[in-house]
Design a protein. Structure first.
Length: 424
């Protein structure tokens, strides 16, 4: 067997060369915004502590001064002798003292002691009453001063709240731009301004995308529709080619409806800024006129009383609300003897549009799902000839853009009752 090489203890324990040290970084790993003395920062906590601590100290000094003055007055009244000597006789100086006629003896001493005790009790009672009045006055002053100071300290929060309310009205160009000390409120305002900048950029990017997509998606579909219509108008086209053209034309029309619905859904997610008075009854009548031919073809009766009521909003978008609701009510109806009732009426501070129709029975648990995109009642997400599944989604988005609400309730016997409430 070959012998293994042997190593001495010295060679086994001899340390190797040290590993190379990593290069020293040339950049400063400390954050840029770290303050050298963070405890010197005028935070809200420190300011409130100093404010209310100083108020408490001032109130204590004032109260102590008043009590000192009242106590000095009480001691002056309480330490006065209840008698005086006139011509070798004692004469009481207090109305509560009844001194004996004797000029010496235990009776006189006892009477003087009782008189002094009564005078001290009266002085203490007066001191207590005046102290309570002083405490009550200082309490009122302290509450008033504290209320004023709290309003001054919390004024930046009111400014932040008002800006947030304006932003909620789709005015993303407003900023707080809070000045003052570098405290938590200014940090909150600056963070809020940064968030608004990002939101404004995101919404502006979305608007540009919708505008570009509106052109890029509509143009090829319009070209396809034109080519198909030209091919179908050719008298020499075969029957198979005509059938294929009709099928492709229907598919192209469905794609156009889908694109229009998606673009309208994207635009209606924002608030309506340019609002004008719109007659809701006229909008509903226009929707009925556009759907009347389809309703007659399906044997659906259109009825209802529409009262004149004006709301603030976009006439085009409001017409889309009524048109989508009426079209859904006509298309999802019973085969024979169906009807759609459209009514508008004013109520306290709002206008109400109600669309009621006959139709299949709708379970209550499936009503909310009807407002989701591409969702229909007990049908597939695609492949339906009644629409693209965006009608009620668009309606809900447009209603929310007008600060309104929409609710759906199953009608007894089948169908739905759609109620749209819009502020005046």
């Amino acid at each position: 067997m070959p012998s293994l090489p042997s190593f001495s203890k010295a060679s086994a324990k001899a340390p190797g060369p040290p590993p190379p040290m990593p290069p020293k970084p040339t950049w400063d790993p400390r954050p840029v915004n770290v303050r050298p003395f963070p405890w010197l920062r005028p935070t809200i906590r420190i300011r409130l502590t100093l404010l209310y601590g100083g108020m408490f100290l001032m109130a204590g000094i004032v109260l102590l001064t008043i009590i000192y003055m009242l106590a000095a007055d009480a001691l002056h009244d309480g330490s006065a002798l209840p008698l005086k000597i006139l011509g070798g006789k004692f004469e009481a100086t207090s109305d509560f003292c009844d001194l004996p006629t004797q000029t010496s003896g235990p009776l006189l001493q006892e009477a003087v002691n009782e008189c002094l005790q009564h005078q001290r009790a009266l002085a203490l009672n007066t001191l207590l009453n005046r102290s309570l009045l002083a405490l009550l006055g200082l309490t009122v002053v302290a509450f008033a001063f504290g209320y004023a100071m709290a309003g001054r300290v919390l004024a930046p929060l009111g400014r932040i709240t008002r800006t947030a309310q304006r932003v909620a009205g789709s005015d993303l160009h407003r900023r707080i731009e809070l000045g003052g000390p570098d405290d938590e409120l200014k940090e909150l305002a600056d963070t809020f301004d940064e968030m608004l900048d990002r939101l404004d950029q995101a919404f502006e990017s979305q608007r540009r995308f919708v505008a570009n997509a509106s052109h890029e998606l509509r143009t090829p579909l319009a070209i396809n529709r034109t080519l198909l219509e030209v091919q179908l108008a050719d008298p020499g086209a075969s029957a198979e080619l005509r059938q294929l053209g009709k099928t492709l034309l229907a598919t192209n029309e469905r794609s156009e409806q889908l694109v229009e619905g998606l673009l309208l859904l994207a635009r209606s997610e924002n608030k309506v800024v340019d609002k004008r008075p719109v007659d809701l009854s006229e909008v509903a009548s226009q929707a009925l006129d556009q759907t009347r031919e389809e309703a007659q073809a399906k044997g659906v009766e259109l009825r209802g009383v529409r009262q004149q009521v004006f709301v603030q909003g976009s006439g085009v978008l409001l017409e889309r609300i009524a048109l989508n609701l009426v079209q859904n009510a006509v298309r999802y109806n019973v085969p024979d003897g169906g009807w759609v009732e459209v009514t508008t009426q004013p109520q306290a501070g709002c206008a109400v549009l109600v669309v009621t129709n006959t139709g299949p029975v709708v379970p209550a648990y499936e009503v909310e799902n009807l407002f989701e995109p591409f969702r229909r009642l007990r049908t597939e997400r695609t492949g339906s000839d009644k629409g693209v599944g965006l009608g009620l989604s668009i309606v809900r988005s447009v209603v929310r853009a007008h600060d309104g609400t929409i609710t759906a309730e199953p009608r007894e016997g089948g169908g739905l009752v759609m109620r749209v409430v819009l502020p005046l």
